[in-house]
Write a protein that binds this ligand. Structure first.
Ligand code: OGA
Ligand code: MN
Length: 288
């Protein structure tokens, strides 16, 4: 039986779990402890995980069913549960999604039932002068909500926002414009509406559930007011005190909660430096 230790990543959220080798059997008891740390911390880091694609999928599956992303071109052909984030091409074709996630977002917030969380495994990381580039930043939406003034908390509690995948998909990015989404992809992803203050499905804590990447407007407000309130909230989330910045090492498995955190990939590396990450994505759960 493996014995785990837990070390906080920041004073407000995030934890590193030490002493667990995910290539070895994980008892139900140990899994229960891991799941509790995940629900309470929002971001969980396991370093030094030399695991296969199947072990990555199997461990992810312990949390529940997995998503198969609408972007079929970024899925691993023989294992569609794995979404590849990479700037690598093979035979002239990108092996995954190039410069994905380089804006603040939560994965799949644009679905009717948003994703519970994602598990990203670093296979190759870009390096220059001995320094690893391509960090990922995380923001705690619980800490961000908590820090808002009482009157704004009150106002937001009665409001909902529209989320749409196309907003993030079509934005400008270093690799250029993407192929337009097909009518089938668009039909699978209509506008969805979620409360701005979302109760965390497992802990019940209030989370500020709007992200710059996918939220287009606040329901029922005039456009100018909606735009300025959203901008204020997006800016608020960038405050240093809510942020954990992860500097990757090959073999890191980092999992994050898609309700209590947002994330943003830092695109500070040249196209010639290889970066390859494998992601599994958990389906969502009913509200608490
Ligand atoms: C993701 C994502 C960030 C990164 O996989 O969902 O946003 O740093 N990735 O690769
Ligand atoms: Mn993402």
């Amino acid at each position: 039986m493996q014995a785990m230790q837990v070390r906080p990543l920041t004073p407000k959220f995030g934890a590193e779990i030490l002493g667990v080798d995910l290539s070895q059997p994980i008892s139900d008891e140990l899994f229960g402890e891991i799941e509790k740390v995940f629900n309470d911390s929002g971001v969980v880091l396991f370093r030094g995980q030399n695991i296969t694609e199947d072990q990555h999928i199997d461990f992810s599956h312990r949390f529940g069913p997995l998503e198969i992303h609408v972007r079929k071109d970024a899925l691993m052909r023989h294992r569609p549960e794995i979404f590849v984030v990479s700037n690598v091409s093979e035979n002239g074709k990108p092996i995954g999604s190039v410069d994905a996630g380089q804006f603040w977002h939560t994965d799949l917030s644009y679905k009717k039932v948003p994703s519970r969380g994602s598990l990203l495994l670093a296979r190759e990381v870009p390096m220059r002068d001995g320094k690893v580039l391509g960090d990922t930043m995380f923001c705690s939406t619980i800490a961000a909500f908590e820090a808002l003034p009482a009157d704004l908390k009150q106002k937001l509690s009665g409001l909902s926002a529209v989320h749409h995948y196309e907003k993030g998909y079509n934005r400008d990015r270093p690799s250029g414009r993407r192929k337009p989404l097909t009518p089938e992809q668009l039909a699978a992803l209509p506008d969805v509406i979620h409360p701005i203050v979302r109760k965390h499905p497992y802990t019940g804590k209030p989370c500020l559930f709007v992200n710059e990447g996918y939220v287009t407007e606040i329901v029922g407000l005039p456009k100018a007011e909606s735009d300025s309130l959203l901008e204020q909230l997006f800016q608020h989330c960038l405050s240093e005190e809510f942020i954990y910045r992860h500097n990757w090492r090959v073999g890191d498995l980092l999992m994050w909660d898609n309700c209590s955190t947002q994330h943003c990939a830092v695109g500070d590396y040249d196209a010639g430096l290889r970066r390859r990450m494998d992601r599994t994505t958990l389906t969502g759960a009913a509200a608490a």
